[in-house]
Write a protein that binds this ligand. Sequence first.
Ligand code: HSE
Length: 405
Amino acid sequence: MNTIKIGLFGFGTVGQGIYHVLKQAKNAHATIKRICVRDISKPRATDLPPSLLTDRQEDILDDPEINLIVEVIDNADAAYGIVTTALRRGIDVVSGNKAMLARHLPELIDMQRRYNAALLYDASSCGSIPVIRNLEEYYDNDLLLEVKGILNGSSNYILSCVFDHGETYGQALDHARRLGFAESDPTFDIGGWDALFKLIIITVHALGEYVAPERIFTYGIQNIHEADIRYAREKRMKIKLVAQVAKVSESAFTMFVMPEFVGPEKYIYSVDDEYNGVVIRGECYDRQFMFGKGAGSLPTASSILSDIMARRHNYRYEYKKMAYLDRPAYTTDVTLRIYARYGTTDIPSLLPFKKITEMYMSEGSNYVIGDILLSDLIAHRRLLDASDIFIANLSRFFSDRDISH
Ligand code: HSE
């Protein structure tokens, strides 16, 4: 591909960042030919020539000069329509739409092969941090044991505001929205869904396995309470929303998203505000840590630019690990040690703990610490939505192949 002519879908926070970043990128040899937006009459702050804008998808998809679609719209269903139409026509796509990718990756991988078109999406996971391409290329061996980290900037920003600056949860959420980190529906951020979608994409490139969202335990920070923060502070820990995929044996892996108590000895303890941090653990090399801005206009746009440049050099994901014969299988048959704070709901008798190690009861709130199967947490998932309940993981290793920390 010599000169890249881009059809851009979406001109929100990320779309405007791409417009800005591309104007400065001298070596990209890429220009935006058309931008498709939902509301063409909306006032826009940038110096955008009005002729670039259209509200008709066909103006981009039917334009024979456009050889790359960049899709950064909010709506996952509409994004799916745009991306599949483009791939079917053999047009390459760069996408940042984690919700769409996490739901449709197997089909999209198949379409890339069938129609000989490439789909790149490093921007979908962890903003400016190059997680996907690194997992795909560098970690293409059997040594990988775990990928774990803070994948959602908004919830991390909220937790930082609450822990470090004494703000209320509501004030912090409001700031995250105004700063452009949060999704248009912030329940995706605080409910753990955004981190889940990113984890699913990461797992495809880490282990060559796709697991559908509804099979994975996901629990967010919306029920966090002063009592939980007090408990964490007393133990000199922070609460972070952590997504993780980990091998639990030679033949099995597990994955889930939930709040976790994190001590100062962990890399992710120092990952604050809208930053993301990803720890990659493997045999032979122990741990590596990637840290950077995971949300926001320009950090995400920088990752989109990297994918645009990668297409200039004909880069595509090969999904090599998905073809390996010896791949681990997904399991939820693993035991976690959790903290569960509750009010009137009788958590100790409703949740099937294998063992309870600590219990505290008071007039204001109660908590229990105990061991429970991940499959039992999934089975009781709806119960955990009750507003008087908050659970968090007390981290432990699943695999005994590395016992160094
Ligand atoms: N809402 C997302 C976040 C944006 O807060 O991380 C980046 O994916």
